[in-house]
Design a binder for this molecule. Structure first.
Ligand SMILES: O=C(O)CCC(=O)C(=O)O
Ligand SMILES: [Fe+2]
Length: 269
């Protein structure tokens, strides 16, 4: 456990991704604390802050430290808090997040950071995150070299059927991206049956086997942390170097409410 001078304790949550932060109140964040959190965030890809019980205003104020809040036409936002959405149980069949994904990778600039604040969570309904730096670094040198320069077509048109989107939902992004802050390379894939359709210049049939292999590789259990939620938890993750998966094991009627904010990202390079 790393005990910083400000009483902030940062404890790794797995051997591969995630850290829990205790000993601080997110609604009273100062610049020194922010810089400790920022470093821990870049090192661990996702942070858990147990038992914060933030009100919506404090949740917004916390995310403001990290970047500009963005919205998408895929979600509805709270009245009076444009930028904060509320996740709730849509039933297993209605869940679009029970699969390994990064958020809206088909946009020209997918969001950089996501924040969830647990308001009313059931037993179950865990969320998992997988480290995409390690997914890239564990590829053979030959595979790393073959992937360098390749781009994937990310396509959100199947999701767009759910909404009346005005956004551009088809974009090519590099399958190996470099994080703008850490300079580390990570794998950037999705499901070839979902958003990650094909490599640029190739057909879907040609691309499928390798994208599928990379997608399976990207979510191996030894690169995953699985979070059991408690009311009041705040979790933030880096959408540029992780995939995540919302487990729907809590039944159709269980209440599961979390507030959600995302911050603006940059064009993946
Ligand atoms: O419900 C969850 O745990 C996470 C859902 C999700 O994929 C997201 O908020 O981006
Ligand atoms: Fe998501």
């Amino acid at each position: 456990m790393n005990k910083s001078p400000k009483n902030i304790a940062i404890r790794p949550l797995s051997g591969s991704i995630g850290a829990a932060v205790t000993g601080m109140n997110l609604s009273e964040l100062n610049a020194d604390q922010f810089s400790t959190l920022h470093e821990a965030f870049l090192d661990n890809c996702m942070l858990v802050f147990p038992a914060q019980h933030l009100g919506v205003d404090d949740f917004v104020a916390f995310s403001d430290w990290w970047g500009e809040i963005v919205t998408t036409s895929f979600l509805q936002y709270l009245e009076g808090h444009h930028g904060v959405s509320k996740l709730f149980n849509r039933g297993k069949a209605g869940s679009v997040t029970e699969n390994w994904h990064s958020d809206t990778p088909f946009l020209p600039k997918p969001p950089s950071i996501n924040f969830l604040s647990a308001f009313d969570v059931p037993i179950g309904g865990d969320t998992m995150w997988s480290n995409q730096y390690l997914a890239y670094e564990s590829l053979s040198p030959g595979m790393q070299e073959m992937l360098s320069g390749l781009r994937i077509e990310f396509n959100g048109e199947s999701l767009a059927g759910l909404i009346n989107s005005q956004e551009e939902l088809r974009n090519f992004h590099p399958v190996v991206r470099t994080h703008p802050e850490t300079g580390r390379k990570s794998l950037f894939v999705g499901s070839p049956s979902g958003t990650a359709r094909r490599f640029e210049g190739m057909t879907e049939a040609e691309s499928y086997p390798l994208i599928e292999w990379l997608y399976q590789h990207s979510s191996q259990p030894h690169r995953v942390y699985r979070h059991h939620w408690n009311n009041g938890d705040v979790v933030m993750w880096d959408n540029r170097c992780t995939l995540h998966y919302a487990v729907h094991d809590h039944g159709e009627d269980a209440s599961r409410e979390l507030y959600r904010i995302t911050t603006k990202g940059e064009k993946p390079v």
